[in-house]
Design a binder for this molecule. Structure first.
Ligand SMILES: CCCCC/C=C\C/C=C\C/C=C\CCC(=O)SCCNC(=O)CCNC(=O)[C@H](O)C(C)(C)COP(=O)(O)OP(=O)(O)OC[C@H]1O[C@@H](n2cnc3c(N)ncnc32)[C@H](O)[C@@H]1OP(=O)(O)O
Ligand SMILES: Cc1cc2nc3c(=O)[nH]c(=O)nc-3n(C[C@H](O)[C@H](O)[C@H](O)COP(=O)(O)OP(=O)(O)OC[C@H]3O[C@@H](n4cnc5c(N)ncnc54)[C@H](O)[C@@H]3O)c2cc1C
Length: 609
């Protein structure tokens, strides 16, 4: 499809989905499933996942009563317009202004520079009638920092932009279809006025007289919508990883290369240990991210309930966990999808393998909702704070509780003696805890050598990110282990999940061996025992690998991959797909008479001479 066709088709699908949600009707969970199967980014994502939650989280009761019924019936369509051309990560650096005019009781929204143009918001370019706009609040000449405002953008009769608003789509993005179904947009305000009551005023207010009244709740609650979306992105990482792994696993069982004895059949590529060493850790990651996603959902629900009761104690941890796990799982999934493409050899590069499109549509997850490095630095700040409070009498809680055992973890030596010891959950956990703590403490020690903490922090950024990743990997491993300790339905399933859990953990040790050795969390002998155990786990997973991806229950239609077909009938279908290509509509291609013929005829003439 052309961009225009793709966009229009996505509108058609979105509106049909909305019709089904209402007619059937579907529950909230079922509606999310419908989005999952629609399988295309579109304006509904931003409306439901960001616009509505931003009003719910930052609006007063009156504002919610006014705007939510309209949004819930989709009588208005909204988006989340925070990022600008000049600033995305640095939210405090946004330039759009919202200046209160006491004369008219209005805010005047203005884009003072080119870099202050809103740039990127999904659904903004062509669809949204409204947006939650983030702008610097100015009253009486004083800048109070960034706040949220509900702003109507387009005329409700003919969809034209309101006077004072310049709006459009930012252009084609990475990939062929992929994220191009979405109208990511730009927006400029030219002294555009909105009534005072359209500032989202749950967190702070501006009175009729123009007085700014901050509330006593943390200003970070303004970032709550991002926390909520980051949490869902972790579960989505599992879905995308599982999809790529399903394709690569099924195809690896179909594909044969080398190893034929006496004219017999060749070896299935899935039987090569190199293939297993690349594929099975990704299979394990798909399960691991699913379980940590379930846990994160619980954590998010818990913190939301606490916030409602004005208990803000767990907010920093919820922020660190959502930011860190969003970052870690999306980076691993993007890399994993690309690895799955390579695992499928040349055919993985064909569009009909389903992998190029999956990669193109998935990879912006490393950037949206917070650049992955920027987010790990938030985790690092949280860790440094926690380390600095060790010994103060305040026991670390939640995911940093292990730091409370700092004395032991800083000096303990791993008691792994034989390969099977690597199947002991306590030993594995302690190894990850020791590595994470030692890396965090080492960063804290290095930081303390700087007179200026901020300067030290910027000097040590790379180490800090690695310490943050180590902490996040510990969380994923520990939540997988907790899952195994709980009730798991299905005969034999627990053993399979155990294998995957240890593959996940031991492969991380292998991949980050430098961390584990340099922190003395394990010795090189213990590392080679881990590798030995890993190979044995691969052998155990091998007979069940296809069943473990079939368990994701993806239909062929959803997978959209000739290589990942359930029936394994790959080769005839590759031909079928190739013959569908418009280039094969004619035997002699368009352009032959224009370019090829004159070229070769000229060559023949000169050859005769
Ligand atoms: C199958 C279906 C698939 C569907 C897809 C699923 C979902 C997708 C749906 C929608 C997504 C699509 C598009 C994405 C939309 C977007 O991208 S919206 C824009 C997102 N933008 C960002 O994420 C920007 C990233 N930047 C930030 O978050 C912050 O600016 C920052 C980097 C965190 C820094 O903020 P700043 O105010 O400067 O904070 P500072 O570093 O000074 O910290 C102050 C304290 O505040 C704490 N903190 C920061 N953020 C939060 C938070 N979110 N919650 C709680 N607390 C927070 C921070 O830790 C500091 O605490 P101290 O105790 O003072 O240290
Ligand atoms: C597909 C897509 C959809 C989007 N949808 C929306 C939307 O609906 N609404 C919305 O408001 N926004 C949206 N965005 C914008 C998105 O949230 C931002 O692009 C994102 O937060 C990253 O910000 P940035 O572009 O400013 O990156 P930058 O911050 O400019 O990053 C550039 C580089 O600088 C590095 N960097 C930046 N700061 C630091 C630092 N402090 N320390 C070390 N390194 C640093 C980063 O790691 C990165 O490598 C979307 C983006 C994409 C790609």
């Amino acid at each position: 499809m052309t961009r225009k066709e793709l966009f229009k088709n996505t509108l058609r699908k979105s509106v049909h989905a909305w019709k089904l949600i209402n007619e059937l009707p579907l529950s909230d969970d079922e509606s999310l499933m419908l989005r999952h199967f629609m399988d295309q980014p579109g304006f509904l994502d931003l409306h439901w996942r960001m616009f509505v939650p931003a009003i719910k989280g930052q609006g007063t009761e009156e504002q919610k009563q006014k705007w939510l019924p309209l949004a819930n019936k989709m009588q208005i369509i909204g988006c989340y317009a925070q990022t600008e051309l000049g600033h995305g990560s640095n939210v405090q650096g946004l330039e759009t202004t919202a200046t209160f005019d006491p004369q008219t009781d209005q805010f005047i929204l203005h884009s003072p520079t080119q870099t202050s143009s809103k740039w990127w918001p999904g659904g903004l370019g062509k669809v949204s009638t409204h947006a939650v706009i983030y702008a610097r609040l100015i009253t009486d000449g004083k800048d109070h920092g960034v706040h949220g405002f509900i702003v109507q953008l387009r005329n409700m009769d003919d969809h034209s932009p309101l006077p004072g608003i310049t709006i459009g789509d930012i252009g084609v993005k990475f990939g062929n279809g992929a994220y191009n179904s979405m109208d990511n947009g730009f927006l400029m305000f030219d002294k555009f006025c909105i009534p005072r009551d359209q500032m989202l005023m749950r967190l702070s207010k501006v009175t009729r007289e123009g007085k700014y009244v901050p509330s006593d709740v943390p200003r970070q609650l303004m970032y709550g919508t991002m926390v909520s979306v980051r949490q869902t992105i972790v579960s989505n990482a599992s879905i995308a990883m599982a999809r790529a792994v399903c394709i690569a696993t099924r195809y690896s069982a179909v594909r044969r290369q080398f190893g034929s004895q006496n004219g017999g059949i060749e070896t299935q590529v899935i039987d090569y240990k190199t293939q297993q060493n690349r594929l099975f850790p990704l299979l394990a990651s798909a399960y691991a991210f699913r379980f940590v996603g379930e846990w994160l959902k619980w954590l998010y629900t818990d913190v939301t309930q606490r916030l409602e009761a004005s208990d803000f104690a767990t907010l920093p941890e919820a922020h660190a966990c959502t930011a860190g796990l969003k970052s870690m799982t999306t980076s691993a999934t993007s890399d994993g999808i690309e690895e799955c493409r390579k695992l499928c050899g040349g055919h993985g590069y064909l569009w009909c393998s389903g992998l190029p499109e999956l990669f193109a549509v998935y990879v912006p997850a490393c950037t949206y909702e917070g650049d992955n490095v920027v987010l790990q630095l938030q985790v690092a700040r949280f860790l440094m704070k926690t380390v600095s409070q060790l010994g103060s009498g305040k026991a670390p809680a939640g995911t940093t509780a292990y730091m409370g055992r700092a004395k032991h973890l800083l000096q303990c030596r791993s008691s792994i003696r034989k390969a099977e010891d690597w199947l002991n959950p306590a030993m594995v956990l302690e190894t990850f805890e020791a590595r994470a703590l030692r890396m965090a403490v080492s960063c804290a020690n290095n930081l303390s050598k700087f007179e200026n903490q901020e300067q030290g922090f910027s000097e040590l950024l790379a180490d800090l990110v690695e310490a943050a990743i180590a902490h996040c990997q510990l969380i994923v491993v520990s939540k997988f282990i907790v899952k195994l300790e709980g009730e798991i339905k299905g005969k034999g399933v627990k053993n399979q999940l155990k294998n995957l859990c240890y593959i996940y953990a031991l492969h991380l040790i292998h991949k980050h061996l430098g961390d584990f050795l340099s922190t003395n969390s394990i010795t090189s002998e213990q590392a080679s025992l881990a590798n030995h155990q890993l190979r044995s786990l691969y052998t155990q997973v091998r007979p069940n690998a296809v069943a473990l991806v079939d368990a994701f229950d993806y239909t062929d239609h959803y997978l959209g991959s000739v290589l990942g077909r359930y029936d394994g009938n790959v080769y005839p279908k590759l031909f079928e797909e190739a013959l569908k290509d418009p280039l094969n509509d004619t035997v002699v291609p368009d352009g032959y008479h224009e370019y090829i013929r004159p070229l070769i005829k000229q060559h023949l003439r000169s050859a005769r001479l």
